[in-house]
Design a protein around this ligand. Structure first.
Ligand SMILES: [Zn+2]
Ligand SMILES: [Zn+2]
Length: 421
């Protein structure tokens, strides 16, 4: 493995006093500070040759930096090694039984991926691993994958946040927080990744949250659409009018929100002017007859205008919606939740929607609290995982903030996901 020293982090109790030393006495230049809101930390980088020094200032008393200073006083807090492939390094460390703080890489500042190694494994030093350049699919672009004769393009409609407890159901926070660290509202960051399938026609599967959420809900869900579906389509060389078919995995707002758009006069219309919209017949029935438990997820403005405009086609279990693209009922999350099987020339990709919302949800029992029929989810996951491993499926994770698609592997009875995109 090759690694480069990226920076040394120094926990600082009194920033003014630290600046008096590093900036005024030593005469070093300090970069404008960067706020790491999730960690309640403000970072002040100091270029000193290729690696940097990083002064870490706690912005809240429950920040890890504040706790570190309380316990050990100010001083060197961590060193950061830059590596080319953080997933490979973590796998290698795990293989050797090295104790990790983060078992999976997570988003750091400047679009980097980071993970901490436990100081007890690194001889008393907290070691941060950092991969500076992440797969562009994760941040602000579209990435293509050729599957036989079909072209798959993974897109982004931005990021949003949901309660970490709700995302992992009965799994205790002590287990999931290492994989998906929550913010101070206990929310974890999730991606919104619709998929384009280009074959005989151009199909879009799901369409993200769209732009109709009001201010209050945008804040509740921490919706960040600074880069959204229109940007991603443009990055893929497409526009809304190129989409022939829009397919729904189900009609929750984080999947169907982008199906419609609000015009200046307040009316809501289909967002893709040349598309037929395909929705499972029974899912349509459930979405249009909501109850107390699912009402907040089914927002009529996302789908009723499709029926009004006459662009809606209801389809049934197992429908082949385009050559090579077939609906398959998983149930569980909603009674008629669909995964999408995409097949060409002996290769199979699966858009798993809310069945495997992220790659962290691979263990059979890691099931969202949102699921209406969790035992159905469990039964489907059990058989699907065996099938995916046996046939080497390419699996798309619609809500994973870091991995658009990967392949399921089982080594010595332990399941892992190897990233493809
Ligand atoms: Zn859903
Ligand atoms: Zn969802």
């Amino acid at each position: 493995m090759k690694a480069q020293l990226d920076h040394i982090g120094i926990a600082v109790k009194d920033l003014a006093a630290a600046l008096a030393f590093y900036r005024d006495a030593l005469g070093l230049e300090i970069e404008p500070p960067e706020e790491v809101a999730d960690q309640h930390v403000r970072a002040h980088f100091i270029p000193v040759g290729e690696p940097k020094l990083e002064l870490l200032e706690a912005t809240s008393s429950d920040s890890a930096i504040a706790r570190y200073i309380d316990k050990r006083g100010p001083g060197i807090h961590h060193i950061t090694l830059r590596v080319d492939d953080i997933d490979a390094v973590l796998a290698r460390l795990k293989d050797r039984g090295v104790r990790l703080v983060d078992e999976a890489a997570r988003p750091g500042a400047e679009g980097a991926l980071v993970a901490f190694v436990h100081p007890s494994a690194a001889h008393g030093v907290l070691v941060e691993l950092k991969q500076g350049i992440v797969s562009p699919a994760l941040f602000h672009t579209a990435t293509r994958h050729q599957l036989g004769d079909l072209e798959l393009v993974t897109l982004s409609d931005g990021f949003f946040r949901l309660d970490g407890g709700a995302m992992f159901g009965v799994v205790p926070r002590t287990l999931w927080e290492k994989r998906q660290p929550p913010d101070h509202f206990n929310r974890i960051t999730l991606g919104l990744r619709p998929l384009v399938v280009r074959g005989e026609r151009t199909m879009l599967i799901d369409a993200g949250c769209g732009d109709k959420l009001d201010e209050k809900n945008t804040a509740i869900y921490g919706l960040d659409r600074s880069f959204h579906l229109d940007h991603a389509l443009a990055a893929a060389g497409l526009s809304a009018s190129d989409i022939d078919i829009v397919l729904a995995s189900h009609l929750h707002f984080d999947h169907a929100g982008g199906f419609t758009a609000r015009r200046a006069d307040g009316s809501v219309v289909p967002r893709f002017p040349n598309a037929r919209y395909l929705v499972h017949r029974a899912e349509w029935h459930d979405a249009t007859h909501p109850h107390e438990r699912n009402r907040a997820s089914y927002l009529p403005e996302n789908f009723m205008p499709l029926a009004a405009a006459g662009v809606l086609d209801l389809v049934d279990d197992g429908a082949e919606v385009m050559p090579g693209v077939t609906l398959r009922r998983s149930g569980g999350h909603t009674q008629h939740h669909q995964v999408v099987m995409i097949q060409s020339r002996g290769h199979t990709a699966v858009f798993t929607a809310d069945m495997y919302p992220t790659s962290v949800h691979i263990p059979d029992a890691w099931i969202m609290g949102y699921d209406l029929y969790p035992m159905d989810t469990l039964a489907f996951k059990r058989s699907f995982a065996r099938e995916a491993i046996e046939h080497d499926y390419l699996i798309f994770f619609e809500h994973d903030p870091l991995m658009a698609a990967g392949r399921l592997r089982e080594i010595n009875g332990k399941r892992t996901v190897s990233r493809v995109i």
